[in-house]
Design a protein around this ligand. Structure first.
Ligand code: JFZ
Length: 463
């Protein structure tokens, strides 16, 4: 035990990584991407939230639990997994059109079904009518478009007989040890079979059984990093010696970035999150990750502007946004999701320079109209106006010493948006004479003129 001031630091064998925040090229690449596509696709995509004619709201991938589906009936879905409309090129085209720079796909969700032909179980895509290596197809298609591919893997496994939620006796301990061995072998398989994967996104690690096995989570991280140099691992994998998760018992982040923001974002003023790398994940409907055919899901689809706002919000706080897609059981994409992707992509095509490679602009507080971001390499500051008052006139307090260098807006027709200086460092953006385009008014970027001092790179985020 060593002491720093009044704080006691526990010696941990399975706590945080040595060296703190990663500054290597692979991590810099992940960070600069800022926007990725999440994909939940598996057997649950076939029933799409409906069992025996009944819609189960909330989460399609939880259907086997919520509808209490007998295990044999769930397994039988594998016989219907044809992937007849699956087209890796179409998925990758959609991601590219949206401006996603990476994609994270469910290799195995909680139901235990594997999207690759695993040697460790029969419950995999090789034993379905699809019978193709969809992960290899996706990697080829996405990487051809310059989009990185990452793997989601659920440690929780409803299908494996040795999975345990708790370890109450010796039999549980023995069974769970076999389970962890199985999962380790599956992960080694994934890393060896698909060596270009850039990151692993772990899930299903919240049960007591996993928390008692912090050493295993530490070994998984080591094994993956030994197998794929530079690979990135999220914090959700990890538990320490005492069962602390995400952050170790000394409060230090485990894994390479924090992955706890789920269907929610940090408050816009919570700059404490800029101390580390992080990624939030978000559904397109209100809640479901897997495809849900119910009206409830269709009725809660987010507006493209909601997504744009979230991308700007995350970037302004030095984080990434992972936006989820739920393809249907046959592999086809939902048109509503394709449409949303196209609209978000329109915005990123125009304003991506204020997102990609950008992060927190230190010192600027949120003012309600949107977000400041800063290019991490050259220090350029951007103001992203995503919210306008009904008057169409918004006042922006510019950061001290900055003047306006340029104003651009998208999806506004009629009179161009105008800008005037009300006072030193206070400008008013006026779109009251404009007509909204399909994305409304709230799509304006200002490029701000920096003082020379502000052009220095952010020392926190450069390699
Ligand atoms: C998990 C999964 O159960 C879900 O199906 C989906 O894959 C999602 C991405 O991850 O759901 C979670 C995990 C963590 C929290 C909430 C839901 N959490 O920390 O609040």
């Amino acid at each position: 035990m060593d002491t720093r001031g009044d704080n006691v630091t526990l010696q941990l064998n399975y706590g945080t990584n040595d060296g703190g925040r990663r500054r290597d090229a692979a991590m810099a690449r992940f960070r600069a991407h800022r926007f990725g596509q999440f994909i939940h696709w598996g057997l649950y995509s076939i029933p799409g939230g409906r069992w025996d004619g009944q819609d189960i709201d909330f989460a399609a991938e939880f259907l086997p639990r919520m509808a209490k589906v007998p295990p044999a009936e769930w397994e039988a879905l594998a016989g219907q997994f044809t992937a007849e409309a699956f087209d890796a090129e179409a998925w990758a085209d959609t991601a590219a059109a949206m401006g996603a720079k990476y994609m994270t796909i469910t290799t195995k969700h909680h139901d235990g079904f594997c999207l690759w032909p695993s040697a460790e179980t029969d419950f995999h895509i090789g034993n379905t009518p699809a019978g193709r290596d969809v992960l290899a197809e996706l990697i080829a298609a996405y990487e051809a478009r310059g989009i990185d591919v990452n793997f989601y893997y659920s440690v929780l496994d409803w299908h494996h007989p040795d999975w345990r939620y708790q370890l109450e006796n010796d039999d549980d301990e023995a069974a769970f040890a076999r389970y962890l061995d199985f999962a380790m072998k599956q992960l080694a398989e994934l890393a060896q079979r698909y060596p270009s994967v850039k990151a692993f996104w772990f899930d299903g690690t919240w049960d007591e059984s996993v928390k008692k096995n912090g050493e295993w989570t530490w070994q998984v991280e080591r094994m993956l990093k030994d197998t794929i140099p530079g690979v990135i691992v999220n914090s959700r994998l990890r538990a320490d010696d005492h069962g602390a998760r995400h952050f170790d018992s000394n409060g230090e982040l485990m894994g390479d970035y924090e992955s706890g923001y789920e269907r929610r974002l940090p408050e816009p003023w919570d700059v404490s999150v800029t101390a580390r790398d992080w990624e939030a994940c978000m559904t397109i409907s209100q809640a479901s990750w897997g495809y849900h055919q119910g009206d409830w899901a269709a009725d809660t689809i987010k507006h493209p502007l909601d997504v744009v706002d979230m991308i700007a919000h995350c970037t302004s706080l030095g984080g990434n946004l992972l936006l989820n897609f739920g393809p249907r059981g046959d592999g086809s994409l939902q048109p509503v999701e394709q449409e949303l992707a196209a609209r978000v992509g329109d915005w990123l095509t125009e304003f991506g320079e204020a997102i990609y490679g950008c992060g927190h602009a230190p010192g600027w507080s949120p003012q309600g109209w949107g977000y400041f971001t800063r290019n991490d390499t050259d220090g350029t500051i951007f103001a992203l106006v995503t919210r306008l008052p009904v008057s169409g006139r918004v006042r922006i307090q510019l950061p001290n010493g900055l003047g306006l260098a340029g104003l651009r807006s998208l999806s506004v027709s009629g009179e161009p948006a105008s800008m005037r200086e009300l006072a030193e460092s206070v400008v008013e953006l006026d779109v009251s004479q404009c007509s909204p385009g399909p994305l409304g008014f709230a799509l304006t970027t200002m490029r701000l003129d920096n003082r020379d001092a502000l052009r220095e790179p952010n020392p926190d985020v450069l390699t």
